[in-house]
Design a protein around this ligand. Structure first.
Ligand SMILES: Nc1nc2c(ncn2[C@@H]2O[C@H](COP(=O)(O)OP(=O)(O)OP(=O)(O)O)[C@@H](O)[C@H]2O)c(=O)[nH]1
Ligand SMILES: [Mg+2]
Length: 241
């Protein structure tokens, strides 16, 4: 498997079919993995019903407590176990537009990790309302400062990874339940001195369905970054002993 595009889903029934079709029309040779936490709106059934048409479409029905982080870890491990060479990770709500995947893949030819960025020249955040821009900007700058990195869009979940890098940074040992998984992975990639490149993306608001963002997620995100700085990552300190 050369390229795996993976998307975590929670109640994305209004988006998932169109997303799958668009991804395959942009990169026909990829595999797609949907990691669904038994969404009550039937997202998983929609994906199952498309599998005859698209043999390279896969789905993981996760049981137990739901979580963006756990779904992410399951997606990375599935990709590694199925021999993917590179993994694209993206949200299912069309904030991450499939038309930017080729730019990410191109940049991945010369980098270990690629981030689709709203803040490099050419990038844009089109969501309405100033407060969401401010929260994203602040969270990004906080991570930039804490992780001592030049990356401008640390919180972006539209990313590409080389799989040998995911293995090297120890994604199999991650345990983060929520979206803070994105900072865990970024911190590990930085600590392993892997190369990271940002490519511009246009980031519109979610078109359909409901956001899962809550105050709890925001607070845990900030706390998780502080913990990473204070305690480091267990597997990194073990491997460097
Ligand atoms: N499997 C799984 N996926 C999830 C879970 N929570 C969120 N997701 C998915 O993660 C992606 C990002 O979630 P969103 O709700 O868009 O969160 P967000 O982008 O931070 O918030 P908005 O900017 O308001 O859209 C989407 O594809 C969701 O369906 C979960 O508990 N399990
Ligand atoms: Mg979203």
């Amino acid at each position: 498997m050369n390229t795996l595009v993976f998307t975590p889903t929670w109640n994305e029934a209004d988006n998932i079919e169109r997303l799958v079709r668009e991804i395959f029309s942009v990169i026909p040779n990829c595999d797609i993995l949907v990691v669904d936490d038994l969404s009550p709106d039937g997202t998983g059934d929609i994906v199952e019903s498309m599998r005859n048409e698209f043999p390279h479409l896969h789905i993981l029905h996760r049981e137990g407590p739901r979580g963006r982080g756990w779904a992410g870890i399951a997606g990375y491990i599935w990709g590694l176990d199925h021999g993917a060479r590179r993994i694209i990770e993206m949200d299912a709500d069309f904030s991450h537009q499939p038309r930017f995947i080729p730019d990410i893949l191109r940049a991945l030819e010369n980098a270990d990790m690629v981030i689709g960025s709203r803040y490099v020249p050419g990038g844009q955040d089109l969501r309405p309302g100033r407060h969401r821009h401010m929260i994203s900007r602040f969270a990004g700058r906080y991570q930039q400062w804490m992780f001592k990195t030049d990356i401008t869009d640390c919180t972006s979940g539209f990313r590409g990874y080389r799989c040998d890098v995911l293995e090297r940074i120890g994604v199999r040992q991650l345990t983060t339940w929520g979206p803070a998984i994105l900072s865990d992975v970024l911190y590990r990639v930085i600590q392993h001195r892997c190369s990271i490149v940002e490519v511009p993306i246009v980031f519109p608001d979610r078109e359909r369905g409901e956001s899962t963002l809550t105050w709890r997620i925001l607070v845990e995100g900030f706390w998780n970054v502080a913990k990473l700085r204070i305690r480091g990552c267990p597997s990194i300190s073990e491997s460097s002993r």
